[in-house]
Design a protein around this ligand. Sequence first.
Ligand SMILES: *[C@@H]1O[C@H](CO)[C@@H](O)[C@H](O)[C@H]1NC(C)=O
Ligand SMILES: *[C@@H]1O[C@H](CO)[C@@H](O)[C@H](O)[C@H]1NC(C)=O
Ligand SMILES: *[C@@H]1O[C@H](CO)[C@@H](O)[C@H](O)[C@H]1NC(C)=O
Ligand SMILES: *[C@@H]1O[C@H](CO)[C@@H](O)[C@H](O)[C@H]1NC(C)=O
Length: 336
Amino acid sequence: MSSFSSILSFSVLLALTQAHGVILGAQGIKGSPESVGFQVNPELARNCTSISPCQQDTTIIRDQEIIDNVVNECGRTELAGNIDIGENTENALAAGAVTQVQSGTQMIVTIHQVNADGAGPYTCDLVEAGNNGIITQNLTVEDNVPGVNGLSQAKFQDFNIKVNMPDNFTCTGSSAGNVCTVRCRNNAQAGPFGGCFPVQQVDVTPNVNTAANIPSAQSLEKITAQVAQNQKDLPAAIAAVQNAGSDQALQNSAAVSSLLKQTITSSVAPTLTVDVATGVATTAAATSSAAAKTNNGNGRKGNNGNNNANSNANSRQGKGNNVSNNERRRRSLFIA
Ligand SMILES: *[C@@H]1O[C@H](CO)[C@@H](O)[C@H](O)[C@H]1NC(C)=O
Ligand SMILES: *[C@@H]1O[C@H](CO)[C@@H](O)[C@H](O)[C@H]1NC(C)=O
Ligand SMILES: *[C@@H]1O[C@H](CO)[C@@H](O)[C@H](O)[C@H]1NC(C)=O
Ligand SMILES: *[C@@H]1O[C@H](CO)[C@@H](O)[C@H](O)[C@H]1NC(C)=O
């Protein structure tokens, strides 16, 4: 599946030894397209163990980096940094490179072990909404990559593992409304290494998102911690973006793009108009909105009449406002 080209004449200076495993392919239902790990590049050589070039597109997925909001649940590569799940999924869909699955599909996932600590065992899990950061189910893995604690003596070798989709799951992600993200990673101290790839579910009715049918699941404590972390990180992040726009950085990026023949298949996204119910709300809705108004009235009146009720009501309201503001901020920072 990898077409190697004789492009690499880097003189490479190496000191550190790291390790890696790369998801070269994932095949669900026979005859459907094959998925490839996000940011895995077919032009990179697979016959060496060096950090550059052979480890550059392997994915490092560390829980602490996810908590720190440095990366999302699919981690980062040495070459390209944080992996934008939404973008990579849309690119794969446009290129017709998303494998298909249904209840109980056994997928064959090809993992390339670059060097010692790209070994097994690998564990895999599922984000049914694609890129909302919520791991909903763990997946069973058979015929795992040999190894203990992510280490073995194998190097530049491909292994086919079996990853089983659950009996009951519902992929709701991507513009297609039926794409999940599968994540696999090992348990190496220098890693974990692994990657993510998209799967398209064919035995489900594609989901149509509305703002109201998107579940949110973040505690106030986590949101507050996230906001504090983001505020701490922002100056460095702004500096990094400025640096990435420097002449030298742009030249480097263009050189890499050309060496790795990085091209993206584009398809035009439709412009949709969402139907809304207009006119005056009918009974049920009208009653609840009247009730809400009454509550507000009572709340305000309560404040005037009773100091205890007043402070309780205010503190509850304060928390509610925090959640919605921070949730909005989190989504815009985290799910790029
Ligand atoms: C490794 O693969 C590259 C292509 O990716 C090829 O040019 C090179 O000759 C190979 N090296 C060895 C030692 O086989
Ligand atoms: C998946 O497995 C991990 C490790 O055992 C566990 O902590 C986690 O709760 C499981 N997740 C789900 C969704 O079952
Ligand atoms: C499948 O999962 C959904 C969502 O968790 C649940 O509501 C439903 O009962 C499950 N169905 C079966 C057959 O387990
Ligand atoms: C949330 O609201 C509470 C009470 O109004 C306030 O003390 C706290 O600082 C707010 N937190 C954030 C993160 O805005």
